[in-house]
Design a protein around this ligand. Structure first.
Ligand SMILES: O=S(=O)(CCO)c1ccc(-c2ccc(C3CCCC3)c([C@@H]3C[C@@H]3c3ccccn3)c2)cc1
Length: 239
């Protein structure tokens, strides 16, 4: 568990990603709005690493009727993933480091003309007291970060290994403010910030990757948040 050899990296990357998610998208950050749908706004920065498109993505969304903890638990938990991750072909939990920290191996459906990809990453979920604003509800974060595993070396089979760092940071707002036992789902709004940097691992044409990102990310976030609303609507609220 917390004495696991990955723990220092998990702690460092999770807190770095929390800080990064809280940075705005205005100003000189170079963020460009590339997709908008109701409350959902998606930004990207055009970046390449050794000729590969690794455009960082930041999405902001406000979802009614669910809490930060409920959204993060659905994003983190393996049993829900096939319900919302449309591009997933296979998923295995290769290691359980702790109840809030897992290592996943996922293969994603091939996106023509790029070859098929897989991703090996640790996934960690935690709640963070929001230091700035005491009466705001807790923040919940899930951070996914590529890692290695001796049994699953990269590029050993048919798949090209992608390298990713992803975070989902959620905060619950209750409006109008009520005492906890009288809160109904229509009083809840979850503010979601999703950040991702995916290095495709092997060559894929920049034009193709940017088209894939433009198509897949808005679909992904809309499908994920709809799944959360549907999963939670008839269940007691989990703060
Ligand atoms: O948030 S997560 O941790 C959720 C757990 O599943 C996650 C999100 C996205 C990916 C991902 C992996 C591969 C690829 C590409 C790279 C070259 C060819 C395939 C993409 C591209 C961006 C497009 C994409 C975006 C969203 C969903 C699926 N596809 C994304 C992996 C994990």
């Amino acid at each position: 568990a917390k004495n696991h050899k990955l723990w220092p990296e998990i702690e460092k990357v999770t807190l770095e990603q929390l800080h990064y998610a809280r940075l705005g998208v205005g100003g000189a950050g170079g963020w460009q709005l590339f997709a908008e749908d109701g409350e959902m706004k998606m930004y990207r920065r055009e970046e390449e690493a050794d000729g590969l498109v690794v455009d960082p993505l930041k999405a902001c969304h406000m979802v009614k009727g669910v809490t930060a903890r409920e959204v993060c638990e659905i994003f983190f938990s393996p049993e829900y993933r096939s319900g919302w991750e449309a591009t997933l072909e296979d998923m295995t939990v290769v290691e359980t480091i702790a109840s809030d920290t897992l290592v996943f191996l996922q293969t994603h459906k091939r996106i023509w003309p790029a070859s098929q990809r897989d991703a090996l990453f640790w996934s960690h979920m935690r709640s963070v007291a929001d230091s700035e604003d005491q009466d705001a509800a807790d923040l919940w974060i899930v951070c996914n970060h590529s890692t290695e595993h001796p049994q699953y070396p990269p590029n050993s089979g048919k798949c090209v290994r992608v390298y990713l760092t992803v975070c989902l940071v959620c905060q619950t707002f209750i409006d109008p403010p009520k005492d906890p036992k009288n809160i109904r789902r229509e009083d809840l709004t979850c503010k979601i910030t999703y950040c991702s940097v995916v290095n495709p691992g092997g060559w894929a044409p920049a034009s193709v990757l940017r088209a894939v990102y433009k198509r897949e990310y808005p679909k992904f976030l809309k499908r994920f948040t709809s799944f959360c609303i549907d999963q939670c609507k008839d269940k007691p609220i989990l703060f």
